[in-house]
Design a protein around this ligand. Structure first.
Ligand code: NI
Length: 134
């Protein structure tokens, strides 16, 4: 485990109060963990802007009865197979499917894949979550 570095942060009271409410709402056990996550998220954003590689998952919820939707989603995934590691399909109920697609590769390409999947008619919910690759 890397050694820990401690540093003091000066912050205005109102901002500090808002931050404490925020981390309470997010169930962080302490400020340090919340600040570590903010720093990591910022570094991922940086990586994103620089066009580096990221890894993560696209999650979709859709109604598989929608005309041609399953084949459209499959076609799209074949077009992006260079960045797709695997996918998992879960039948949620009679109508709905949950699909989790693990991805790794250039940030811009992964963003494009997620945007295009989410934009397909019949996809009710879609998220992309990523972290730095490597
Ligand atoms: Ni299904």
């Amino acid at each position: 485990m890397p050694s820990l570095v401690r540093f003091g942060v000066s912050i205005e009271k109102p901002l500090s109060d808002r931050f404490d409410r925020h981390i309470h709402g997010k169930k962080y056990s302490n400020r340090s963990e919340a600040i570590r996550d903010l720093i990591r998220a910022e570094l991922v954003r940086e990586e994103w802007k620089a066009g580096g590689d990221v890894a993560g998952a696209v999650t979709l919820v859709y109604d598989h009865h929608k005309r041609d939707l399953v084949s459209r989603l499959t076609d799209l995934q074949h077009d992006f197979m260079s960045v797709i590691l695997s996918s998992q399909h879960i039948h949620i109920d009679h109508h709905h499917c949950l699909e989790i697609i693990a991805v790794r590769g250039p940030a811009a390409k992964i963003q494009e894949l997620a945007d295009r999947l989410k934009a397909e008619k019949g996809v009710q919910h879609g998220t992309l979550s990523v972290t730095r690759a490597g």
